[in-house]
Design a protein. Structure first.
Length: 255
């Protein structure tokens, strides 16, 4: 892969391959392959649950979850379909998915809040002093009938500490959140080796039942306004200040 000075990268496949180049970060990346019949068959047999994602896309649009139980099941949006055979599943998937290249990713059984899965967004930004800093962390809870947590796809942003309360307490929780912030920081530092133009990234991290973090996606043009959904605005004000210092979402000057 050639080094680029572009400040955004749309392809999830390219961004995944960048992460896999780092032996320390690689262990946090779910297995991901190009969507083909053979790759889907292999991975659904191995993991029993996979996610199929458009290689280019945002807001969780076009994401499909596939599970192998006694039958094959897939869910897209709020629509759930069941199939007796893998070939029937594959044929229906090809009709349901968007007309673009897809990836198939190892499914992670995420922690839940009130029986709804959640993940976390870690915001990492260049500070006005040009050093990387993890400035924001927030939980994203999926809609009760959906499989994605994105705010723009009916997900609900909530304080990460609140969501982790049933799983970790006090200093252990604080240390765990700090470890997620450090992971985001390490990813930003690694990405900068390949894309020096980056000034901000949003790292979407899923946490499994053993509390292992998994990097689900790296966003290279992250939305700062999700942090405005928190009642405490301190984090949002800092994120937005850094975003504007980095040349994005500048206030409109009135004449």
């Amino acid at each position: 892969m050639s080094t680029s000075r572009a400040s955004t990268v749309g392809s999830k496949w390219v961004k995944t391959k960048v992460l896999l180049r780092n032996k320390e970060l690689r262990k946090f990346v779910p297995e991901t392959r190009i969507y083909t019949q053979a790759n889907l068959h292999s991975m659904i047999n191995r993991y029993k649950m996979v996610y199929i994602k458009p290689m280019n896309g945002s807001f969780g649009q076009g994401v499909i979850r596939v599970e192998k139980r006694d039958k094959y099941v897939f869910q897209s949006g709020e629509v759930v379909k069941t199939f007796q055979t893998f070939l029937d599943l594959f044929a229906s998937l090809n009709k349901s998915k968007l007309n673009r290249t897809y990836l198939v990713q190892q499914g992670i059984h995420l922690l839940t809040h009130q029986n709804r899965i959640f993940d976390t967004r870690i915001m990492v930004q260049k500070s006005p002093k040009k050093t990387w800093e993890a400035t924001g962390w927030i939980g994203r809870v999926a809609h009760p009938h959906k499989i994605v947590t994105n705010f723009h796809n009916s997900g609900k942003p909530l304080p990460l500490g609140l969501l982790l309360n049933p799983y970790l307490k006090n200093k252990k929780k604080e240390a765990y959140i700090q470890s997620l912030r450090l992971l985001g920081y390490q990813i930003a530092k690694h990405y900068q080796r390949y894309y020096p133009g980056f000034k901000e990234i949003g790292v979407d991290i899923g946490i499994d039942k053993a509390l292992k973090p998994w990097v689900l996606e790296v966003n290279t043009a992250p939305d700062p306004f999700i942090f405005n959904q928190l009642a405490d605005k301190k984090m949002f004000f800092k994120v937005l200040r850094y975003t504007r210092a980095n040349g994005r979402f500048l206030p409109i000057k009135r004449k």
